[in-house]
Ligand binder design. Structure first.
Ligand code: MOS
Length: 733
């Protein structure tokens, strides 16, 4: 039997059944469900499926111009290479080169819209053969003049309303700013960035003449069969997509990569299963990137330190037809007060690889600017940055006047200051020196908007009382398997090892997928709702009241009766499906997770290099579902922040649009020597408006603001203000 239970969030406020759990596993740092598989090399990535089968391999031919049209593709020489099965080119490949996720990505057939855009794919019996033959494909172009520099502002246009409303204003900022006692007006720039997940975008695809089976590294399964259907002409219901284990995504795998489409076209054309793994250079040049920004921050403040008006105006880039924009002002809408406000975004069109979602789209770049600005203003006012933030804590969302669902920003700041020893901060830049190192401390706020997404999950209880959770959710390394296991175990009164979790199959109940920090909370809520249905079903079979029924160690306890699940099930499996719908809570309350970062740096007076000595993040994100995986997410965010503060810079050649540093040798990310002991503290928190779990998103919280805590510490150490990221040695000296 299968029953369906649906919860709309508005009806679920105050639900606390999870707090009545008897297993004591929710929130605990339970070890990773798939940990043993991962460390023993038996959790296969997309490229590793069909091992031992007779498969073919694909290799991409990239465009050698940034803008223009393809005049002709001559594959004669490539096709003559022994072992080459086919060379596919033409509009199908050009369309595949634009990730289908990009909203209304306006790919014009036959057009080249960025350097190294895939224009053909060679399918051969061996990888080496495909790679060799790809170099023999001759493509002729009519090249056109391209636009590669954000500062040139050649074409400026309005973004789409995704992932936020691009323009949110209130009152009359210009007049208020003109009257302000203190007028802060500075411009910050952030470069383009790459996500560079350890597992490259990769696909194994198999066409059996009727059905297409696809293993691909992908964050969001629900829309994948439909997208592949458009590209291949195969009906969506004849396409199955598997993505059970993923070596990182960070937004770059929200859309299907060109590998997925090309592997499908390849297997249909050749009748053999086809594998395509993007090379690291392909990942950098043919997936998506984070757009560079120019951000003007204007803040009006009274001499006493009250913010009266706030403006954050961002230019960011994207390619023609793409409406997505890096929403740098996303936190500026609600983080700080001011009656008169502007948050705005423009897209400067460039003929460069599409800009799309990258970990904490918006906050990750915007708070590099605004948290630096707050530090500068506090300095100017002679106020401690902690005190300045305490003085400017709004009671409601200053843009909309809606209440915050829960907001522990000041608690995070105060707890962080206490633990870090903030009162020992050098009072003036350059005043603390150890040999040739200047020492400084800096801090910044963190916030990340919270979303609850529609999501569903099935739970099947087998006659022996084991539970299996099945959902089309993914685990991109964030801990989804473990968290869903914990929720089901706690709700159903089962030990962890009596709950199995199956993810990453497009035939399972459709899920929110992993993105935007909503995964654990949304998919977890669907498991919660399914668990409620299962509890009701068990209760009805023993004539007990579901509300008061206690489930513990595989038994249902009602009054003085204690019945093993196996005795209730009587040999029959039960299957239930739960679905969470967000309802109106996100409009009626303003939801975000909050935090604070504290950093100590040493800056070398001879070389200008910065060493991070200590980094502490305090976060409050509703109920923490797994302390270990949540903390690990924060470590990841802190390390990205180190990269953004000091190293990362995706260099686009302004003459020809080439992404120059297209691998991990040239694109510098933090290595162990750059990362000190990291400290993360998660405050006790509950947000009953955010989800039935009372949790909020945490995956992208710690990256927000952390880079500014580092550059603020650099200023405190040596007196150099960084507004042009990253803080490389030349800017410090
Ligand atoms: Mo995230 S950048 O929405 O995967």
């Amino acid at each position: 039997m299968n029953t369906m239970n649906k919860h709309v969030m508005d009806e679920a406020i105050g639900e606390t059944r999870l707090d009545r759990g008897t297993q004591g596993v929710i929130g605990k740092g339970a070890p990773r469900y798939e940990g043993k598989l991962k460390v023993s090399g038996t959790a296969p990535y997309a490229y590793e499926y069909l091992a031992g089968e007779d498969v073919a391999y694909g290799f991409i031919v990239p465009a050698s111009i940034a803008k223009g049209t393809i005049r002709s593709v001559d594959a004669t020489k490539a096709e003559a290479v022994p072992g080459v099965l086919t060379v596919i080119s033409g509009d199908r490949i050009v369309r595949a080169a634009s990730q289908p996720m990009a909203p209304a990505a306006q790919t014009i057939d036959g057009e080249v819209f960025h350097y190294n855009q895939p224009v053909a794919v060679v399918i051969a019996d061996r990888f080496e053969t495909a790679r060799h033959a790809a170099k023999l494909v001759k493509v002729d172009y009519d090249a056109k003049e391209g636009r590669f520099d954000i500062a040139a502002r050649t074409t400026v246009r309005e973004p789409a309303s995704m992932p936020m409303e691009p323009n949110q204003t209130r009152g009359d900022f210009e007049s208020a700013f003109a009257k302000a006692e203190i007028q802060y007006d500075q411009t910050f720039t952030t470069p383009s960035y790459q996500a560079a997940a350890m597992e490259p975008h990769a696909t194994t695809a198999k066409w059996d003449g009727e059905r297409l089976t696809v293993w691909t590294s992908h964050q969001l399964l629900e829309t994948a069969p439909g997208q592949l259907s458009k590209h291949t002409g195969v009906d969506a219901d004849k396409i199955t997509v598997h993505s059970p284990y993923i070596g990182g995504g960070f937004g770059s795998k929200l859309g299907l990569g060109p590998d997925a489409v090309m592997a499908c076209l390849g297997t249909i054309a050749t009748g053999k299963p086809v594998k395509i793994a993007l090379t690291r250079q392909n990942v950098f040049q043919a997936t998506s990137r984070r757009g560079e920004t120019v951000q003007r921050v204007r803040i009006g403040v009274t001499k006493a330190g009250k913010i009266t008006c706030f403006a954050h105006e961002t230019d960011t880039t994207n390619s023609p037809g793409n409406g997505f924009f890096e929403p740098s002002g996303i936190s500026s809408v609600f983080l700080y007060p001011g009656e008169d406000r502007i948050v705005s975004h423009n897209i400067v069109e460039t003929d460069v690889l599409m800009a799309s979602a990258c970990r904490a789209p918006g906050e990750a770049t915007g708070m590099l600017a605004t948290e630096g600005a707050l530090d500068e203003i506090a300095e100017q006012l002679g106020l401690d940055p902690v005190e300045f933030r305490r003085m400017n804590e709004p009671e409601v969302n200053p843009q909309t006047d809606t209440p915050f669902s829960s907001r522990r920003l000041i608690d995070c700041i105060e707890e962080g200051a206490r633990r870090f020893g903030w009162s020992d901060r050098p009072k003036t830049p350059g005043s603390r020196r150890e040999g040739e190192w200047l020492i400084g401390m800096g801090m910044a706020s963190a916030s990340r908007k919270n979303d609850l997404m529609e999501s569903s999950a099935e739970i099947e209880m087998s006659p022996d009382g084991r539970a299996t959770v099945r959902t089309g959710m993914t685990d991109i390394g964030t801990g989804t398997y473990t968290i869903l296991q914990q929720i089901a175990a706690e709700m159903l009164g089962l030990p962890l090892d009596m709950v199995d979790v199956e993810l990453g199959d497009s035939r399972f109940a459709p899920s929110s997928g992993s993105g935007g920090s909503w995964g654990a909370n949304s998919a977890g809520s669907s498991v919660y709702v399914a668990s409620l249905a299962l509890i009701r079903e068990l209760a009805s079979r023993i004539d007990a009241d579901a509300e008061t029924l206690t489930l513990k160690d595989g038994h249902a306890i009602s009054g003085n009766r204690q019945i093993p699940f196996a005795d209730i099930l009587k040999g029959e499996a039960i299957s239930v499906t739960g679905k969470i719908e967000p309802g109106k809570q996100a409009e009626e309350t303003h939801q975000a997770s909050y935090g604070a970062h504290f950093c100590e740096v040493a800056v070398n007076v001879v070389t200008g290099e910065t060493r991070i000595r200590r980094l502490l993040t305090v976060g409050a994100a509703g109920r923490i579902l797994n302390e270990k995986t949540a903390t690990s997410q924060c470590y990841g965010g802190q390390i990205w922040g180190i990269g953004y503060a000091l190293e990362e810079d995706l260099v686009i050649d302004k003459r020809n649009g080439l992404i120059v540093n297209h691998d991990l040798a040239e694109y510098h990310v933090p290595v162990h020597a750059d990362v000190p002991q990291l400290d993360v503290v998660l405050l006790e928190d509950r947000d009953p408006h955010a989800s039935p779990l009372a949790g909020k998103g945490i995956g992208e919280l710690a990256i927000a603001g952390v880079g500014a805590a580092i550059t603020n510490a650099i200023y405190n150490a040596c007196g150099v203000r960084i507004r042009d990221y990253p803080a490389t040695l030349d800017k410090i000296l």
